[in-house]
Design a protein around this ligand. Structure first.
Ligand code: KIV
Length: 271
């Protein structure tokens, strides 16, 4: 049962992830955006990420650019109330770090005060100074390299990275910049197998893959993707449930019962 497993688990910290890498234990990460979901698996995973993917998954936006620090703060606080033993990481969204270290520290502090244990910052070499400043302020940072959804206005593409030598070198350099800036782990998104092989050889901090193959030290997926809430999924997603269909089936039965008068019954009424 989840609560027994949770009682036995120790609170995960950034240094637990380093130890897991040393011990060859895979790191399990999943997104969560609110306390309902966090309460279901905060004791079952190692890291819960309140990702800015929340803008697309829960608010219906086409990209992550519409998520601001106020939205992040609200969702981090919601997850924090039920985070269990998981390390809770809050994404610093588009527009919250671009002005430089001061802005990044101010916004990272907001997410920590909302209940995050660490923050995630997207971008490699171009964000090295910002990551370093946030780490120096005493806030653990997870990096994010490879496909960078906050930068797709520039790249205009969600395609995988690592097609040629230039791309491989540049992502490896990004990951090393993140490591040198003091990040405790790095998310590696949508990179081809040749690139992930080179990353594993070059980087010492734990790598958390999403669409980056089996070599990474851990894996992350968007919870709603793996739980089957959407019709289609990217190639790298494995579906472990079909909750979208279950919800529709349950609501259809409820609607039929209300319309036919079968719900509520006398048993479900106060006498
Ligand atoms: O925002 C997010 O959920 C992420 C993951 C996809 C890694 O950055």
């Amino acid at each position: 049962m989840p609560d027994i497993a949770e009682a036995k688990r120790k609170k995960i910290s950034p240094s637990s992830l380093a130890q897991m890498k040393l011990d060859g234990v895979k790191i399990v990460c999943l997104t969560a955006y609110d306390s309902l979901m966090a309460s279901l698996y905060g004791g079952l995973v190692d890291v819960m990420l309140v990702g800015d993917s929340m803008g697309m998954v829960r608010h219906g936006f086409a990209t992550t650019h519409h998520v601001d620090i106020d939205m992040m703060e609200l969702h981090v606080a919601s997850c924090a109330r039920a985070k269990g033993t998981a390390l809770l990481v809050g994404d610093l969204p588009f527009g919250s770090i671009e002005l430089g270290p001061e802005q990044a520290i101010t916004n990272a502090v907001r997410l920590i005060r909302a209940g995050a244990d660490a923050v995630k910052i997207e971008g490699g070499i171009k964000r090295q100074d910002v990551i370093q400043a946030v780490v120096n302020a005493g806030i653990p940072v997870m990096g994010h390299v490879g496909l960078e959804p906050q930068h797709i206005l520039m790249t205009q593409s969600f395609r995988s990275v690592g097609k040629n030598d230039g791309e491989v070198q540049s992502v490896v350099a990004d990951a090393l910049a993140v490591e040198n800036a003091g990040a405790f782990a790095v998310v590696v998104e949508a990179v081809r197998f040749n690139l992930s092989t080179q990353l594993e050889a070059a980087v010492k901090i734990p790598t958390i893959g999403i669409g980056a193959g089996p070599l990474c030290d851990g894996q992350i997926l968007v919870a709603e993707d793996m739980l089957g809430f959407f019709e289609g999924n990217p190639k790298f997603v494995r579906r472990y449930a079909e909750l979208g269909h279950l919800v529709q089936e349950a609501v259809t039965r409820y609607a039929d019962d209300v319309r036919s008068g079968a719900f509520p019954s006398e048993k479900e009424s106060y006498q």
